[in-house]
Write a protein that binds this ligand. Structure first.
Ligand SMILES: Nc1ncnc2c1ncn2[C@@H]1O[C@H](COP(=O)(O)OP(=O)(O)OP(=O)(O)O)[C@@H](O)[C@H]1O
Ligand SMILES: Nc1ncnc2c1ncn2[C@@H]1O[C@H](COP(=O)(O)OP(=O)(O)OP(=O)(O)O)[C@@H](O)[C@H]1O
Ligand SMILES: [Mg+2]
Ligand SMILES: [Mg+2]
Lengths: 267, 267
C-alpha cells in the first residue's frame, strides 16, 4: 500500500505546486518510488513542471531521478456505477493504477474548492498545507479579530479538512497527519511574522495540525520551473557554487522533509 | 454609466484581492464613488477585507472613505429567462444595481476558471492582471521554452481574455484596456527578474496588454488585512512615522493608479 501525501489549501497561491514538486523530487532523489497526480485539470502547474523536466533532461541528454506523473485516466460513462461521480471514479482509478508500484503517491490540489480536492483529502495519510505568511491566507483556516490575536472560529478550508477526517474515521482508516507549512516568509523579524507565528501556534492546538519548519521567500524556489529542476538538482547539471540563499534553501527543504515523518524515509 | 474595472488572473495567489482593495480604497479616498463585487463566493477575500474595515472603524469610532461592497443578489429561479444561466443573471443584477450611483465598479475574480469570471471579463472596460514575478505564474499567460526566453504559444488565461475581447467586439463595445501588473517583486536585481521582464515585454506586444509599474514584496501590503486598512489610511489612524518601505509602497500605488488611465482620475 502506497503512502498518500496530499498537498492542499483552498487559498490560491499558497505554494502547493512548488512544495509538491520539491517534496516529490526529494523523495525520488532519495531512491523512493514516487508517483504524482495533479488535480488542477486546467492549470496543471505540477504536470507542466514535470513535463518541463522531461523535456529539458532529454534535450541535455542527462538522466536524473524524477517523480512519475500520470494524468487522471479518461473514463467512459458506461464504466460508472449507478449514481457514481465521474471524478471519484477517475481519481480512484488513478490511485489504484499507481498503488501497486509506488512507495508514495503525491496529489497536488487546486487553489479552489472542488469535488476532486475533497475526495483527495479523504484519501490523505499525510496532508501538507502551505500558507503564505499573511492573515489573508490565514483567513481560510480561521477568522481572527481586528488585532490578529483572538481566533473567532474555523473557516471554510479547516471545515473541509474536518469533514475529510470524519469520513476517514467512519471508514476505520488511520487519522490524517495534518502539517501546516509557512511559506514565503520574509527574512527580517517583523510584527506581522510574530503575530502569524502566534496565531498558527494557537490554531494548531484548537484544530489539530502540526507546524513544520517552512520556506523563506527565495528566488531559487521559483526560477527553475522552465527547466523542471529544483535546487537539489543543481550539482548534477554542473552548478558547483551554491550561493548563501541556495544553501539555506537546501537546509529548509531537508528540515521540512524530516518533519513530515514519512514511513521509511530518513533524511 | 460606471466604468468597470475587473481584476482577474486564473492563477491563484497572484495578488488580485490585494490589488482590488488597494485600488478601490485609493479611488474612494480621492472622492470617487466606487462599488466592489467579489466573485469568489466561497473565499470572499475582498468581501472579508471590506467587512474587517467596517468592523474596525466602528469599534474605533473613526470614519474613513471606504469602497461600497455588495454580495451578488440571490435570485428566485422564476426570475430567469428560459435557458439563462443563474450566475449571469446575478452578476448583471448586481451591476445594474450599482451602475446608477457609482463612478467605478471594481470586480475581484477568483483564482480559478468559472462562468462568473468569464462573464465579468466580457464586461471589463479595464482589466488588471496581477502576476507573481515567476514563470509558474507566467505559464498561465503563455508557454515558454526551457530557457525562459522563447514564447511557444498562448495559455489558458490569455485565451479566455481573447474570447472576452471577441464577445465585446461583436457587441460593439469598446475594447478592454488590459494591464498586467508585476507583483511581489524582489528588491534585488536577479537573473529571474530580468528574464521575467523581457518575457512580459515580448508577450505584451504579441497579445496586446500594457505593463504597469508593479508592487514589490512588502509586508505593508498584507499586514493590515485584519483591520481592513491599507497603507493610505495609516496617517488617519494616527501613524505619523512611515518607514522607508511604506513610503516606497505609497509611491508604487500612486504610479500604478496613474498608469491605469481611469476616466476622471488624476493622481
Ligand atoms: N518559497 C518560495 N519563494 C519564492 N517564490 C515562491 C515560493 N513558493 C512559491 N513561490 C511562488 O509563488 C507563486 C505561488 O506558488 P504555487 O503556484 O506553487 O502555489 P499554488 O498554491 O500551487 O497556487 P494555485 O492555488 O494556483 O495552485 C508562484 O509564482 C511560485 O513561483
Ligand atoms: N505586494 C505584496 N507584498 C506582500 N505580500 C503580498 C503582496 N501582494 C499580495 N500579497 C500576499 O500574497 C498572497 C496572495 O495575495 P491575494 O490573496 O491578494 O491573491 P489572489 O490573487 O487574490 O489569490 P486568490 O487566487 O486566492 O484569489 C496573500 O497572502 C497576500 O497577503
Ligand atoms: Mg498549484
Ligand atoms: Mg483573491
Amino acid at each position: 500500500m502506497a503512502h498518500i501525501i496530499v498537498v492542499g489549501n483552498e487559498k490560491g497561491g499558497a505554494g502547493k505546486s512548488t512544495v509538491s514538486m520539491h517534496v516529490a523530487t526529494a523523495l525520488a532523489r532519495m531512491g523512493h518510488k514516487i508517483a504524482t497526480l495533479d488535480l488542477d485539470l486546467r492549470q496543471k502547474t505540477l504536470g507542466r513542471y514535470v513535463e518541463n523536466r522531461h523535456r529539458y533532461l532529454a534535450k541535455e541528454g542527462v538522466e536524473l531521478p524524477s517523480p512519475d506523473y500520470i494524468d487522471l485516466p479518461e473514463i467512459d460513462k458506461s464504466q460508472l456505477q449507478a449514481g457514481e461521480n465521474p471524478y471519484d471514479h477517475r481519481l480512484s482509478a488513478a490511485v489504484s493504477q499507481l498503488e501497486a508500484e509506488a512507495d508514495f503517491i503525491l496529489i497536488d490540489c487546486p487553489g479552489s474548492h472542488t469535488r476532486l480536492s475533497q475526495v483527495a483529502h479523504s484519501l490523505a495519510d499525510t496532508l501538507i498545507t502551505p500558507l503564505n505568511d499573511s492573515f489573508i491566507d490565514f483567513d481560510l483556516l480561521a477568522h481572527i479579530d481586528n488585532d490578529g490575536e483572538r481566533i473567532l472560529g474555523p473557516s471554510v478550508y479547516s471545515e473541509m479538512v474536518w469533514n475529510a477526517r470524519q469520513l476517514r474515521a467512519q471508514a476505520g482508516l488511520k487519522p490524517i497527519d495534518w502539517i501546516v507549512l509557512r511559506n514565503r516568509m520574509g527574512a527580517q523579524q517583523m510584527v506581522n511574522k510574530a503575530k502569524m507565528e502566534k496565531a498558527i501556534e494557537k490554531l494548531s492546538k484548537r484544530i489539530g495540525f502540526r507546524v513544520a519548519p517552512g520556506f523563506n521567500e527565495r528566488v531559487i524556489f521559483r526560477e527553475l520551473f522552465p527547466r523542471g529542476l529544483t535546487l537539489l538538482d543543481l550539482k548534477d547539471i554542473g552548478v558547483t557554487q551554491l550561493n548563501i540563499s541556495n544553501v539555506a534553501a537546501r537546509q529548509e527543504l531537508r528540515e521540512m522533509i524530516k518533519a513530515l515523518n514519512l514511513p521509511g524515509v530518513s533524511v
